[in-house]
Design a protein around this ligand. Structure first.
Ligand code: ARG
Length: 566
């Protein structure tokens, strides 16, 4: 794409030889609104050089500028020069770029040679994979795609919660009240029931807690029976998780979860000892974080067992050694903010300068209109059910809207699942929000189906046109405001992707493609496309094509499919 800012700096350089090109570039601004032009150049700093009032300097430059044909006009406003880029040049450059790059438009090599870990989803085994996991799963997957698109070498990790004292409880419960067939037939609900029963019984019989601690110890000591049961719980849980990951087209490069670090913790603890940061407190080992305004990090309990944070410390060290990461990203809810602050501080105190490359990407809670969930009480909404319900509801809607659609099942899948994912990625991630079915599946609102529908509409126009889109289109036929709005959204898209990466915020892309879809639908409404006039038709088709590409890339970066017919 033409770098108009750079071109402008060349032109200005000829009028202001006293400044270097870099200096000029750094001074060029983007005005707050488009009535003030596409670029602005303030002359305040030139007052010293020219020994003249800045507004007079602006006038002088404006009169003597050899502006070239890419600048439509120059205006002065006090000490400012305002530049209006020639619309034809602008459209040609933006749309030409999309026609050339197609599905790679907006991609970049900026991440080349840099390894980025995106850890996300990370559910706990033997527990339901429920609506509370939706945000980490969907946001993490999108961040992975965004980083990859920008050239980073990206590694996805599912840090499974597959270790800890709860497995002692589960083993006890299974041995007392469980049976194999039932677990096989209906793994997670059955394991959940056993876990709930354990807690109910333990209220009356506290000795069950001791038993469970013993079984966890056995697991830590690689006792055969304990390991076998635990391995089996893990396997059946993963089968269930994978059903959802398959639905969402999500893949992980590694499932190294908490248990993976069980043999790596002694070394991590040793390193903490060497760094002289471990303290004894009531027989346990802690890192005192008082001077940093945080409660102590409990590293090893009195009985020698390690904790969640210990495993996260071991994991970070392992990841640095294995992947030499440029960034190590954790997509985990904001309820764990304190955990990640403590953990990062400990890693820092251990002397690792890469602690700063570890980034916790938090997000707010999702709640249901039906009320809150409680795993222990068995009030859960399974993620799989949410997606299935979305697909069923979508099927009903499509049957009504497009009764003749071929391949209804595939499309209903892509739209239903996409709708839920899109909703998750619509809000600023840090905000809490309430899941609402009507909002998710609304084809008219600011939703996934709306964007997908707009994409399918563009595809349909291109199909019906029956001519190929070429970059010889006549841009002068596209200079009206409604069309220009579409082009501007397309032009901003590459920067939008970079912003969303820098802030680890996919919703920046979500909102942008909603804006683009709305701008395009206004264009579609105001301008007939398949008109007699061949030149006009080809020019408008170029807009349709470019919009289609950008919507499809945007959806792709959110992890959502873009069906061509809906
Ligand atoms: N398994 C945890 C949970 O469900 C999330 C793990 C987050 N990742 C981490 N490295 N601590 O709450």
């Amino acid at each position: 794409m033409t770098d108009f800012k750079k071109k402008l700096s060349d032109v200005l350089g000829k009028s202001i030889p006293q400044l270097t090109q870099e200096e000029i570039l750094a001074m060029i601004e983007i005005p707050p609104n488009s009535e003030m032009g596409d670029f602005a150049f303030p002359c305040f700093k030139l007052a010293k050089v020219f020994r003249k009032a800045p507004n007079l300097i602006a006038e002088d430059i404006a009169t003597n500028l050899h502006k070239g044909d890419f600048i439509e006009r120059v205006e002065t406003a006090g000490a400012y020069l305002n530049f209006f880029i020639d619309k034809k040049h602008f459209i040609k450059s933006v749309i030409g770029e999309v026609l050339l790059k197609k599905e790679t438009y907006g991609s970049s090599l900026m991440g080349n040679g840099k390894n980025v870990i995106v850890e996300f989803s990370s559910p706990n085994i033997a527990k339901p994979f429920h609506i509370g996991h939706i945000r980490t799963t969907v946001i993490g997957n999108s961040l992975y795609k965004i980083y990859k698109f920008l050239g980073y070498n990206t590694i996805t990790i599912n840090h499974l919660g597959d270790y800890g004292t709860q497995f002692g409880k589960l083993i006890v419960a299974y041995k007392k009240w469980g049976n194999e067939e039932e677990v096989r037939a209906n793994p997670i609900p059955t394991l959940l029931k056993l876990y709930i029963k354990f807690h109910e019984e333990a209220e009356e019989k506290p000795e069950l807690e001791d038993e469970s601690r013993e079984w966890f110890k056995k697991l830590e000591n690689k006792d055969e029976e304990a390991t076998k049961l635990w391995g089996w719980f893990r396997e059946v849980s993963l089968d269930e998780f994978n059903r959802v990951y398959n639905m969402l087209n999500i893949k992980f490069d590694s499932y190294a979860g908490e248990s993976f670090y069980s043999d790596k913790m002694p070394d991590a603890v040793k390193k903490m000892e060497e760094a002289n940061i471990l303290k004894k407190s009531k027989g346990a080992d802690i890192v005192d974080l008082e001077e940093f305004g945080m409660p102590p990090a409990l590293i090893r309990k009195r009985d020698g067992s390690t904790l969640y944070i210990t495993r996260d410390i071991a994991a970070a060290i392992y990841r640095k050694e294995t992947y030499d990461f440029y960034k190590n990203i954790y997509v985990v809810g904001s309820q764990q903010n304190l955990h990640f602050q403590q953990w990062k501080k400990v890693v820092e105190l251990m002397g690792y300068d890469w602690a700063d490359d570890c980034v916790h990407v938090p997000f707010g809670m999702v709640s249901l209109e039906e009320g809150t969930m409680s795993t222990r009480k068995g009030r859960v909404v399974f993620l799989e059910d949410v997606f299935n319900k979305a697909v069923d509801k979508t099927k009903e809607i499509i049957k009504e809207k497009s009764p003749n659609l071929e391949d209804l099942d595939t499309v209903a899948n892509q739209v239903g699942i996409g709708a839920v994912m899109f909703q998750e990625l619509s809000n600023n991630r840090i905000k809490d929000y309430v899941f609402n079915w009507d909002k998710v599946l609304n084809f008219e609102g600011e939703t996934g189906p709306y964007v997908q529908y707009t994409h399918a509409r563009a595809c349909s126009v291109l199909r019906r046109a029956g001519v190929s889109v070429e970059d010889s289109f006549k841009a002068e036929l596209l200079v009206d405001d409604v069309t220009l709005e579409v082009v501007k959204k397309i032009q901003q898209f590459p920067q939008i992707i970079k912003d969303s990466q820098r802030k680890n915020e996919p919703s920046i892309i979500t909102r942008h493609i909603i804006d683009l879809a709305q701008a395009f639908n206004r264009f579609y409404h105001d301008h007939p496309i398949l008109v007699e006039d061949e030149n006009l038709k080809k020019a408008r088709l170029a807009i349709v094509f470019a919009t289609k590409e950008v919507l499809s890339i945007g959806l792709y970066l959110l992890g959502i499919k873009a069906p061509e017919k809906m």
